[in-house]
Write a protein that binds this ligand. Structure first.
Ligand code: GRF
Length: 218
């Protein structure tokens, strides 16, 4: 993994490591975008902390390189697990890490080791409703609009610089499942699109802002 610099587009296809713990629908959306030719990247690793994660099973079925690194018990277990994750990522030659429903917090050391090269998707319009149960938090708060956020990962919880957001309405009779499904549809568009921009456009960080060099079309 090269030393991170805010983005300059590369002519080579980016090498993605996907980290997931569950269903894997965002991973599959990224995979579909690559296969369609709309995301110039290659998935070099799908890693999960749970052997039974449907996303990991699906990656195996697709013939992608996979790894399972389960949690370790006891003193120092979290650090050892993370070191194994880091070793798998380094061995894969990945230059970007895409969190796609990976349910483990990353340590500050891990984030520093892959600075500005870890991307996450979160099911709310950050900075509103970070952490678990974002859709339920949004419903309980009574917001009329929610959505999803693709962001670069920093040491905080869902607090890194925002790359893209997509909004959806919250309807009067929504429950968490209905709202989650409406947001998920947008996640599947937002994540590949945000990655495409990060990988193919020049961009920089101005304070917390991710600024792309290209102007939006008028
Ligand atoms: C998504 O809602 C994502 O925003 C959150 O975890 C969920 C993962 O879903 N970080 P999936 O495993 O990609 O289907």
């Amino acid at each position: 993994m090269p030393e991170a610099s805010p983005g300059s587009p590369s002519s080579d296809r980016a090498r993605l490591a996907i980290l997931l713990s569950g269903r894997g629908s965002n991973f599959l959306a990224i995979d579909r975008a690559i296969r369609r030719g709309s995301l110039p990247a290659e998935i070099v690793l799908v890693l999960s902390d749970r052997r039974e994660a449907p996303g990991l099973v699906e990656a195996e079925r697709l013939g992608l390189p996979t790894a399972c690194v389960p949690p370790e018990a006891g003193n120092g277990g979290r650090r050892r697990q993370e070191e194994r994750v880091e070793a798998e990522i380094r061995a894969s030659g990945a230059d970007w890490i895409c969190l796609a429903g990976y349910m483990r917090l990353l340590s500050a050391d891990f984030v520093a080791a892959f600075r500005l090269r870890i991307v996450n998707i979160h099911p709310s319009l950050l900075p509103a409703f970070p952490g678990l149960g974002a859709q339920r938090q949004a419903l309980e708060h009574g917001v009329r609009v929610s959505g999803c956020t693709v962001h670069l990962v920093d040491e905080g919880l869902d607090s890194g610089p925002i790359v893209a957001q997509r909004a959806v309405p919250v309807e009067d009779h929504d429950d968490a499942d209905r709202l989650s499904a409406r947001i998920l549809e947008q996640e599947h568009l937002a994540y590949p699109e945000a990655l495409r921009r990060l990988l193919t456009e020049a961009w920089s960080l101005r304070g917390r802002r991710v600024v792309f060099a290209s102007r939006p079309e008028r």
